[in-house]
Ligand binder design. Structure first.
Ligand SMILES: [Zn+2]
Ligand SMILES: [Zn+2]
Length: 271
């Protein structure tokens, strides 16, 4: 936030109640930064002590700050942007205004995926549109909930930037989903030893139209063939942690990705 010159947060979007998504809220509130509202999918649905603890700590931390429970189809008011909620609490949109669903030929060969009973398939996710630029973030949504968004017809259309589902775990990132959304650039927010699965990396890497797959860390459990080239990784194995990727987008659909480790910016043209 300091680097970006941000001094207040109008909306804090909590995808679900796992510690890597909500665990920082008490520290965020304690920092004193003004916060307009918290947005989440409602009740914790996971029957585990750790998640019950993290959900309770979240509610306690936000205190009297407004909290808004969102549902598929809801919008988030951000000047100049169109932001629509696609998934929340296991439900999903049935149509996006202005998007004509197209049949998805990959549905026929996609295996059936069983639903898991964690918070992941409950993830709240959104599509953000800025002019012709489209960005998709669906939290830790798993395959069983990815498929209804793209099968039998693709409800989302194509996106310019895909924040990779579930840090690149292979429980997410089904081929019928990734190929349908047709990202130009994907950012995998994996840890050195968290997610970044070779199967998910490969599915995204070989999806048609993909120009670059960025990674937050080298996936140290994967071989070199399932890691991106060094300039596309923010935190290399052995390098100090804390480097970030910053995306700047324009209304014509062009955008750029800055890697703070290399201080290099790579640009992607308008459509
Ligand atoms: Zn997560
Ligand atoms: Zn999760």
């Amino acid at each position: 936030m300091h680097d970006a010159g941000i001094t207040r947060l109008d909306h804090v979007f909590i995808t679900h109640f796992h510690v890597d998504h909500v665990g920082g809220v008490p520290n965020l509130v304690a920092s004193g930064v003004p916060i307009g509202e918290f947005i989440d999918h409602g009740q914790n649905r996971e029957d585990s002590d750790i998640t019950r603890h993290d959900f309770a700590a979240y509610l306690k931390a936000i205190g009297a700050t407004p909290r808004r429970i969102i549902h598929p189809g809801d919008t988030i008011d951000l000047p100049g942007l169109k932001t629509i909620v696609l998934t929340a609490d296991g439900e999903h949109i049935t149509a996006i205004p202005g998007i004509k669903p197209e049949p998805n030929p990959l549905c026929a060969t996609e295996p059936h995926w069983d639903l898991d009973d964690t918070e992941n398939p409950r993830s709240a996710g959104f599509l953000l549109t800025y002019g012709r630029f489209r960005f998709l973030d669906l939290g830790d949504l798993t395959k069983a909930k990815e498929i209804p968004l793209v099968c039998p017809a693709n409800l989302i259309g194509s996106v310019d930037l895909y924040l990779v589902n579930h840090h690149g775990f292979n429980l997410s990132n089904s081929k019928a989903f990734v190929d349908a959304i047709h990202p130009r650039v994907a950012i995998m927010d994996n840890g050195a030893h968290k997610a970044g699965s070779p199967e998910a990396w490969q599915t995204i890497h070989e999806s048609p139209g993909l120009q670059d797959l960025y990674m937050l860390h080298t996936a140290e459990g994967s071989d070199a063939a399932h890691n991106s080239a060094d300039p596309l990784i923010a935190n290399l194995k052995g390098s100090p942690d804390g480097a970030y990727l910053k995306v700047s987008a324009n209304a014509d659909g062009s955008f750029s990705v800055f890697n703070s480790r290399t201080a290099q910016t790579k640009s992607y043209s308008h459509k």
